[in-house]
Design a protein around this ligand. Structure first.
Ligand SMILES: Nc1nc2c(c(=O)[nH]1)N[C@H]1C(S)=C(S)[C@@H](COP(=O)(O)OP(=O)(O)OC[C@H]3O[C@@H](n4cnc5c(=O)[nH]c(N)nc54)[C@H](O)[C@@H]3O)O[C@H]1N2
Ligand SMILES: Nc1nc2c(c(=O)[nH]1)N[C@H]1C(S)=C(S)[C@@H](COP(=O)(O)OP(=O)(O)OC[C@H]3O[C@@H](n4cnc5c(=O)[nH]c(N)nc54)[C@H](O)[C@@H]3O)O[C@H]1N2
Ligand code: SF4
Ligand SMILES: [Mo]
Length: 815
């Protein structure tokens, strides 16, 4: 399968968790000498206080150091990075956001799981009794051995979870890079999954177009561009902190004044007065907008023909593969010579996108006139029922303009960053080949033997041999809260004859934890030491040494400790630990990193521990595919042709052989086709409003979602345009009921012209809290979402939703 051939994942590391593989990722650009004297401006500790470096390791796309002030063994307050000169891109400070600074409130939360727990009521009821660690681990080992004996290793599944993505020992994502995977691999393996909630459709689109997961130039590269266009990308919420890309964006924008255009159904915080223009667009229609832009570029002679001829396949007849129909090129599609006989004019795109034709023409001309175009897409538009085509269509604009591999240009994908290679915990190889799409894990419980490669994207096997019988959920709330269509998932999990054992390893009593058979109480990042990284750092990659700040609370144990103990019960304890403690593994990883990076600036282990953070400063923004641009033969892409596949024969083959529904489309070039639950769906009669989700500054998914102070400061609200609100007699702040065909939630409104009419938006990750009738009272997004996967990647279309909204209680005011 094509997906299997590609090695680099979205966060820059090689699939399969090979420690050495991490080093294979190239970094580009020059490094500046690191000033070893980037000394801390010490906040003086009080006499009885100590300050310990820690970190926030949640998956927000950034990574922040925290400096914990501890008195009498208790964290009293939290500050952040205070090292360096605080000059942008001169080892600048990596300042944590409000979430990280409220870490203390998570460590001491009343929701903390204190002891190992065993379910006593029905599954999902949330009734547990305290048991000893020995009983918990014996039960798990017994169940695991039984599952493997009765069914096989492929009946064991490690669910997706990103709660501690930023750790190394504690790393929870990718599942194949966890300590659970290491232990399972020593016991014969587990059922794989491919793809992820973050970038499922995006990754698939990249693989067919560019041959691998692909990013674009650093966002700080707008400095070298004449024009910046951001499609569905909102770093002000999704890449926060002083190390994150919002900082890089804002500082570079201040310096360069590069004209910036935001394309998003919402007027985002990234726009926030800094943008030059905002184009509100109907969700799921970016491919139509991009086709119309392409029409203007082609008819006004603004495409880079030499680039298209040399680096690409299928733009026009010249480079169209022999297997393609004569009128099958991208140019044919745009000019109306394709099978649909439709010319993709701005007038054609206007009613689809909601953007007037004259605005599309103006935008296309600006794009056509920019010598360097920094065009970048977030992952919002790919979380749609036609997400794969939207991604590819957006990238086409950069490709038509010949921007790939140039400083100030880019591939049209999401921003990348310089990285600092760090050797990881080796998690070994999974002997099991079978792999399901990440989004179909519930189907692998409820209808495992129906799943096929051509209908459901099964890989590595033609048929599953077993249903999922045993689930590991480590630092994951995707059992319930974060997976689409909660009401459906609940029913599947409630049957404990189907999936027989669910083990949740958590800090807090989440909605997913309530569906566990055994819960293991984990240490937080504050209760153990680890190296922390994997945040987007722009021109300044860095890593953090988080030291143990306080003793483990209650009976919590570290993941290394508990899985080592379990490995002994499974008969592979020695192989699992290799005789090392957690501290010794940290020393091992650091020594390997020192050896392989050969970086004279890296301090020794003990100095690193004291120093807390190590920053590497590059002198120019990261450029994606720079080598390919310089020499496309020597640095051929991983596509079958080695070139950018505007026309993909692999996709043409899928279109012919895969089983698709009427409203699903696979096309070898980037076409616009609407899909299920789209803006033109017949369902809109009943559910007239589109509802997108978005990643929200108040939380990272569900994490931090139980911090009362954050909830009060940044309340959960559904965004509605005043026109839609007035029609329903709804005012700003009113309590409303939002209903899709999958469920109902209650939430307050934010009535605002910051969202276009016909579209509404709800932040992802509020904690699921159903009342007796099953209506969620917290605005939990996944009560409303569809579990039907996208056509190619079989990924989550979770921003594509149709809803109706009605007033429950008038509490608001006119705006
Ligand atoms: N509708 C809709 N659904 C979505 C999305 C969307 O946009 N819309 N986004 C999707 C995306 S992109 C993602 S990545 C997923 C994220 O889904 P998840 O990976 O489930 O992310 P979180 O909800 O943050 O859950 C992480 C869990 O880790 C726990 N945790 C934190 N720190 C620790 C620790 O130190 N140890 C342990 N054991 N646990 C810890 C937290 O308490 C939390 O329960 O959600 C997906 N779901
Ligand atoms: N604070 C915070 N930060 C986070 C997270 C979080 O939960 N909270 N989650 C982290 C994770 S795991 C991930 S994967 C990333 C997610 O990063 P993204 O996927 O990029 O974030 P989203 O907010 O889902 O989408 C980005 C924007 O796309 C817009 N959008 C939606 N549909 C469309 C469309 O059809 N067309 C266009 N043009 N725009 C559209 C949304 O309004 C939103 O502003 O964020 C990470 N950062
Ligand atoms: S949530 Fe993200 S930006 Fe905020 S402190 Fe944690 S790592 Fe930093
Ligand atoms: Mo994500």
């Amino acid at each position: 399968m094509l997906n299997e051939a590609f090695a680099v994942t979205r966060r820059g590391f090689v699939k399969g968790g090979s420690a050495l593989g991490a080093l294979a990722v190239a970094t580009s650009g020059l490094t500046l000498p690191f000033s070893k004297k980037a000394l801390a401006i010490e906040t003086p500790a009080k006499a009885d206080e100590k300050i310990v470096w820690s970190a926030c390791t949640i998956d927000c796309g950034s990574r922040c150091p925290l400096r914990m002030h501890v008195t009498d063994g208790e964290i009293k307050w939290v500050e952040t990075d205070n090292t360096g000169k605080d000059i942008f891109n001169d080892h600048h400070q990596v300042r944590a956001c409000l979430r990280g600074r409220s870490m203390r409130r998570r460590v001491y939360s009343p929701d903390r799981i204190k002891y190992p727990l065993k379910r006593v009521g029905k599954r999902g009821e949330g009734k547990f009794k305290r048991i000893s660690w020995d009983e918990a681990l014996d039960t798990i080992a017994g169940s695991l051995k039984n599952t493997i004996k009765e069914y096989g290793n492929d009946a064991v599944y490690i669910n997706y979870g990103t709660g501690t993505l930023g750790g190394t020992v504690t790393k929870s994502w990718a599942p194949s890079e966890t300590l659970i995977a290491r232990m399972m691999n020593l016991c014969g393996g587990y059922l794989n999954h491919y793809g992820d909630y973050s970038t499922g459709s995006y990754t698939s689109a990249c693989e067919y177009l560019y041959g691998d997961y692909m990013d674009t130039n650093g966002i700080d590269d707008i400095e070298h561009a004449d024009l910046c266009v951001l499609f569905g990308n909102n770093p002000a919420e999704t890449r926060m902190s002083g190390g994150g890309n919002v900082h890089n964006y804002v500082e570079t924008k201040k310096k360069s004044k590069t004209r910036t255009i935001i394309i998003d159904p919402r007027y985002t915080d990234t726009a926030g007065g800094r943008e030059d223009q905002w184009f509100p667009i109907k969700h799921g229609t970016d491919a139509a907008l991009c086709a119309a832009i392409a029409h203007v570029l082609i008819t006004e002679n603004k495409v880079d023909q030499a680039f298209l001829d040399k680096y690409c396949v299928g733009y026009d007849a010249k480079t169209l593969p022999a297997s393609a129909p004569k009128n099958g090129s991208y140019k044919d599609y745009i000019l109306g010579n394709g099978d649909d006989k439709t010319v993709k004019t701005p007038e054609w795109a206007a009613p689809i996108t909601g953007i007037p034709a004259e605005d599309i023409i103006k935008l296309a001309r600006e794009i056509g006139d920019a010598k360097r175009l920094y065009l970048n897409q977030g992952w919002g538009l790919q979380r749609s029922s036609n997400g794969e085509q939207a991604c590819k269509a957006v990238a086409m604009v950069s490709i038509l303009r010949g921007q790939v591999g140039l400083q100030g240009g880019g591939t049209g994908m999401r921003e990348g960053d310089h990285t600092y290679p760090f050797v990881r915990f080796p998690t070994l190889t999974n002997p099991v080949q079978a792999s399901i799409p990440f989004f179909l894990w519930t189907d692998a419980i409820s209808r495992p033997f129906d799943l096929t490669p051509t209908k459901d994207g099964l890989q590595g096997t033609d048929k599953l041999k077993n249903p999922i019988k045993f689930i590991w959920a480590y630092a994951s709330n995707t059992l319930i809260n974060q997976h689409s269509n909660i009401n459906r998932t609940k029913k599947i999990l409630e049957d404990d004859k189907a999936c027989e054992m669910i083990v949740v390893i958590e800090n807090h009593m989440t909605s997913s934890a309530k569906y566990a058979d055994i819960i293991l109480p984990d240490c937080t990042a504050s209760e153990q030491s680890d190296f922390c990284m994997d945040g987007a750092g722009g021109m300044m990659p860095y890593f953090i040494f988080a030291s143990q700040v306080i003793e483990p609370r209650f009976e919590c144990r570290t993941i290394y400790d508990m899985i080592s103990d379990l490995a002994h019960r499974m008969g592979c304890g020695k192989e699992f630990t290799e005789g090392r403690t957690q501290e010794e593994w940290l020393r091992w990883m650091y020594a390997e990193t020192q050896k392989q990076n050969n970086d004279p600036d890296l301090p020794d282990f003990d100095t690193m521990r004291k120093q807390g953070i190590y920053k590497k400063q590059f002198d120019r923004p990261y450029v994606a595919l720079e080598d390919f641009r310089k020499d496309p033969k020597a640095n051929a892409l991983n596509t079958p042709s080695g070139k950018i596949e505007i026309y993909s024969e692999a996709l043409a083959e899928l279109a012919k052989t895969w089983e698709l529904e009427e409203d699903e489309h696979i096309t070898p070039i980037a076409e616009y086709r609407s899909s299920f639950d789209g803006w033109d769906s017949p369902m809109r009669k009943q559910y007239p409003l589109q509802m997108i989700g978005f990643h929200f500054k108040g939380r990272v998914h569900s994490t931090y979602g139980n911090v009362e102070l954050l909830k009060a400061a940044i309340p959960q609200e559904i965004w509605m345009n005043p026109i839609d609100a007035q029609k329903r007699n709804i005012k700003n702040g009113d309590l409303v009921e939002v209903t899709s065909r999958f469920g109902t939630v209650q939430v307050c409104t934010k009535v605002t012209p910051r969202i276009m009419p016909g579209v509404t938006a709800l932040g992802d990750g509020a904690w699921y809290a159903p009342n007796k009738k099953g209506v969620d009272m917290n605005g939990a997004l996944n009560v409303l979402t569809n579990n039907r996967p996208t056509p190619i990647a079989k990924a989550s279309p979770s921003h594509t939703n149709l809803v109706e909204i009605k007033l429950v209680k008038s509490m608001g005011v006119e705006v």
